[in-house]
Design a protein around this ligand. Structure first.
Ligand code: E4P
Length: 222
């Protein structure tokens, strides 16, 4: 499963890139707004840090506007993926832009039937929002499983990008469900590295090693 960071924070993106396990980036208008900088400038800077797919989301609602903005973003850099909302107009725009060879990430997907429609429209990936479904007592991971199952049934090439990851457990469950990609905040990504038994085991190994070195030095001195 590929790992994307769901952030527009350049420091987090640099830290993730340095760790070497980050395959791409997703942004959304809320994440970009938090940075208080020009949209294009931010996206371009991200493309210089990460070589993989970088999702840039439109903030327009009509098909014509989405076509205009999507074509524009796709020209900026070859690894930009245009993110469109899963609305009627968004799905229409997805079909047209996908036919033109532009990679589309269909966002705000909350049902398996929406996911079926975006696959038929040729989307490069679909983003089911796991955490936001859990927030309203629905099962977000179950949605990911259902989409994976439907895509396998009909051999759709659209990738399932599990979004709105809130915990490492979400990432595990989505990997088990067969998601192709999971996108997560830096905090969740960073936590994937941790295990208390790794820390405890390492501490013990190093303590044993130090003790053995001292014992060897002592016996040489005799
Ligand atoms: C997906 O691409 C979205 O940016 C994101 O995962 C939304 O997550 P949130 O529910 O934590 O805002």
């Amino acid at each position: 499963m590929k790992i994307f960071l769901d952030t527009a924070d350049l420091n987090e993106i640099r830290k993730g890139a340095a760790l070497g396990s980050v395959d791409g980036i997703t942004t959304n208008p809320s994440l970009i707004a938090k940075q208080g900088r020009d949209f294009k400038e931010m996206i371009m800077e991200i493309t210089t840090i990460i070589d993989g797919p970088i999702s840039a989301e439109v903030t327009t609602l009509t098909k014509e506007e989405m076509l205009r903005d999507g074509r524009e973003y796709a020209k900026w850099q070859k690894n930009i993926v245009v993110k469109l909302p899963t609305t009627r107009e968004g799905v229409e725009a997805c079909k047209i832009l996908s036919d033109e060879g532009i990679r589309i990430n269909m966002t705000l997907c909350f049902s398996p039937m929406q996911a079926l429609l975006v696959a038929k429209a040729g989307a490069w990936c679909v983003s089911p929002f796991v955490g936001r479904l859990d927030d309203i007592s629905s099962d977000g991971v179950e949605l990911v499983s259902q989409i994976v199952h439907i895509y396998q049934n009909y051999d759709y090439k659209t990738q399932v990008l599990a979004a709105s990851m809130r915990t490492p457990l979400h990432v595990l469950q989505c990997a088990l469900a067969g998601a192709h990609i999971a996108t997560m905040p830096f905090k969740v990504f960073d936590a994937l590295y941790d295990h208390p038994l790794t820390d405890k085991g390492l501490k013990n190994f190093l303590a044993d090693w130090e003790k053995a070195k001292k014992d060897m030095a002592k016996s040489k001195g005799k």
